[in-house]
Design a protein around this ligand. Structure first.
Ligand SMILES: C[S@@+](CC[C@H](N)C(=O)[O-])C[C@H]1O[C@@H](n2cnc3c(N)ncnc32)[C@H](O)[C@@H]1O
Ligand SMILES: [Zn+2]
Length: 348
């Protein structure tokens, strides 16, 4: 896969110059759209459900905040006409490149933005969009990120400890593993990884790094495995899985980004516009659920009050009685869909 240019801080091009209004419309290659796709493929999770949830109007303005390999974006773009617009964001420049090729035929209606969805408001301001008709966020990492051994997300292939979705950011997995205090490591392993052996693993990492830095994914995986009791090592999943997830979430501040996004998203939707979020683990799912609930029923008046006097005005309304889970057939075909859950809310 072609390497994306590195350096710059995510929003550099988009934010620098209002005159270059379309400057962030990264050149979409005209040819060879399929070239990269075969090697590093990514099956979009809950594709039909997400697209249906957005209630797409052909002339509407939509945001895909997690472009990835562009599977969802492609389906959105297909449903737009020339009057419609899709702003597709990813913090990973390689995703922008690869998906850009895939979306080339819709370049007249797609704007690619290298940036973090936590800056949603700023991105929309720069794009001259006040309110969108729908927004989709398919959280977490993509298969190409996980599967590309060079990027250091995987405990199965040896690589420098990196795990940055945006390689222009400075915090790497190496820094977390080798420099963060033991207490902080223990905390992230517990809360982001739900790793019950967090204290033993954090202690083992610190013991090991006192001798020499832990430089690679496989070194780290070995330290983790050795720190686990025999019962932990016998579990079906790889002993390092939960710890790697925790470190990845910390490196990319994934929960901070989702929290900030949920603060801003409703304000940038038109009434009737839909917000669709696919979560893959319980912490982000809780953040999304609570943020919607707070905007749906955030009235703080005592229950005996006949009318609301606290001034609360709902801005979101949950769509559907329950969140949407992938079908068994989808999970069978794409095991990464197993933990997915889609929540949809509508701007009121
Ligand atoms: C699960 S993949 C999305 C897959 C995509 N929906 C598709 O159909 O191909 C998640 C993508 O979101 C990006 N991402 C994760 N957190 C982000 C954030 N805070 N801001 C922007 N992009 C983010 C990742 O780099 C990754 O490419
Ligand atoms: Zn009230």
């Amino acid at each position: 896969m072609k390497l994306a240019p590195q350096g710059g801080s995510g929003m550099d091009e988009a934010s620098s110059d209002a005159g270059r209004e379309k400057a962030e419309e990264i050149e979409m290659a005209q040819n060879g759209g399929k070239r990269n796709m075969d090697k590093l493929s990514h099956t979009s999770v809950l594709l039909r459900e997400c697209v249906e949830a957005l209630n797409i109007r052909p002339d509407g303005v939509y945001v895909d905040g997690t472009l990835g390999m562009g599977g969802h974006s492609l389906e959105i773009a297909r449903r737009l006409d020339r009057g419609g617009r899709l702003i597709a964001i990813d913090r990973d420049r390689r995703a922008i490149e690869a998906a850009g090729e895939r979306l080339a035929e819709y370049r007249d209606r797609v704007t690619l933005v290298h940036g973090n969805f936590r800056d949603l408001s700023m991105i929309l301001d720069e794009q001259g969009v006040e309110k969108a008709d729908g927004m989709l966020f398919d959280l977490g990492v993509s298969s190409p990120q996980l599967d590309d051994p060079e990027r250091g997300f995987s405990y199965m292939a040896d690589a420098p400890l990196d795990m940055r979705m945006d390689v222009s950011e400075s915090l790497t997995a190496w820094f977390v593993v080798n420099k963060w205090p033991e207490e902080r490591l223990r905390q992230i392993l517990y809360s982001y990884g739900e790793e019950r052996y967090a204290p033993r693993i954090a202690a083992a990492i610190v013991r090991r790094r006192e001798q020499a830095p832990i430089d690679t994914t496989l070194e780290l995986a070995e330290v983790i495995r050795d720190a686990m009791p025999a019962a932990g090592r016998r579990e079906k999943q790889h002993p390092a899985k939960r710890s790697f997830q925790a470190i990845r979430i910390a490196v990319n501040d994934e929960l901070g980004a989702v929290s900030q996004l949920m603060e801003e998203a409703a304000d940038r939707l038109r009434p009737g516009g839909r917000l669709a979020v696919v979560c893959f683990h319980s912490l982000e799912s809780r953040i999304v659920k609570n943020a919607i609930a707070a905007r749906e029923n955030g009235c703080t008046c005592p229950p005996e009050f006949p009318v609301c006097v606290c001034g609360f005005r709902p801005t979101l309304k949950t769509v559907g009685r329950k969140p949407v889970f992938p079908s068994e057939a989808e999970v069978e075909a794409n095991p990464r869909a197993r933990s997915a859950v889609l929540r949809v809310a509508e701007r009121v």
